[in-house]
Design a protein around this ligand. Structure first.
Ligand SMILES: Nc1ncnc2c1ncn2[C@@H]1O[C@H](COP(=O)(O)OP(=O)(O)O)[C@@H](O)[C@H]1O
Ligand SMILES: [Mg+2]
Length: 260
């Protein structure tokens, strides 16, 4: 069954195509990695898929439900860690996570119990009574991530979940994601940390300047990029986005003259 579907999904900002007729399907239970250079259109795509940003054209469906036609039905199936986090700064982490649980209709006792488990998991217990406004970026991200998972969503979208997170928490989150995947949760996430993508993802899509330029398993992408059997995802990625060795030389040529 198809969990996520983008059909000719398009978004224009001031006449510029940030996402350009993107077509993509992700099957239930897949762990889909969304890669691309800064400004490629990853967050714009995710925001359209989860109902945070209205597409200029095209359709986004979650489990077959058009998120812009039936937003409530689609959003009940979703957990989202958006780029902008959208936290209520004047709540404590504990209050915020519980609040999100209540919003998704969890009974109070269930919401409380899950909140404590999530706080443990994210190593936030000690700070759980502090206002989010006083949190570091990493703590905010962990709070947002806990909130995104509290209702055990069928489809989880994570925009750069590991950015700004320390190694200990990264490992913890990594383990949770693997467990979610084991339970059949579909996960769609963008990341610059290729090593994590390589370890977690069943399939990868590469977006450059708003267009999906490659899609497949790592071995399929490796074949497409012709980088050889032992190449890393970084080799494949750089080749795919057209920034491989030659481009590297070119960049070196123009590198900051004042550093010489
Ligand atoms: N709200 C906005 N207004 C104008 N331009 C935007 C807006 N959001 C994103 N963009 C532009 O759209 C392009 C894609 O951005 P984004 O999806 O954030 O990229 P990524 O997440 O891959 O780094 C960029 O050129 C960015 O400047
Ligand atoms: Mg982004």
């Amino acid at each position: 069954m198809i969990a996520i579907e983008a059909s000719n999904l398009t978004r224009q900002f001031d006449g510029k195509l940030a996402v350009d007729h993107l077509n993509l399907t992700v099957e239930t239970g897949e762990f889909f990695g969304f890669l691309g250079p800064n400004g490629a259109g990853k967050s714009t795509t995710i925001n359209m898929l989860v109902g945070l940003l209205r597409p200029t054209a095209g359709v986004a469906r979650i489990a077959g439900i058009d998120i812009w036609q039936q937003p409530l039905a689609a959003k009940q199936l979703l957990g989202v860690l958006p780029e902008g986090l959208n936290l209520y700064e004047r709540l404590t982490a504990r209050e915020f996570i519980r609040f999100v649980g209540a919003m998704y209709g969890l009974p109070d006792s269930e919401s409380r119990q899950r909140t404590e488990e999530l706080l443990d998991l994210m190593d936030l217990q000690e700070d759980a009574g502090k206002l989010i406004v006083d949190f570091s970026q990493g703590m905010r991200k962990k709070t947002a991530l806990a909130a995104a998972m509290i209702h055990t969503p069928r489809v989880l979208f994570l925009d750069e979940p590991f950015e700004g997170i320390d190694a200990i928490s990264r490992r913890a989150i990594h383990n949770v994601l693997q467990r979610l995947r084991g339970r059949g949760t579909t996960i769609f996430f963008s990341s610059h940390i290729l090593e994590v993508v390589e370890r977690l993802c069943t399939r990868i899509g590469v977006i450059v300047q708003g267009r999906l330029v490659a899609e497949g398993t790592i071995s399929e992408l490796r074949e497409m990029a012709q980088t050889g059997a032992n190449s890393t995802l970084e080799d494949v990625f750089l080749r795919t986005v057209g920034a491989d060795a030659e481009a590297g030389f070119a960049t070196e040529g123009r590198a900051l003259s004042w550093l010489d």
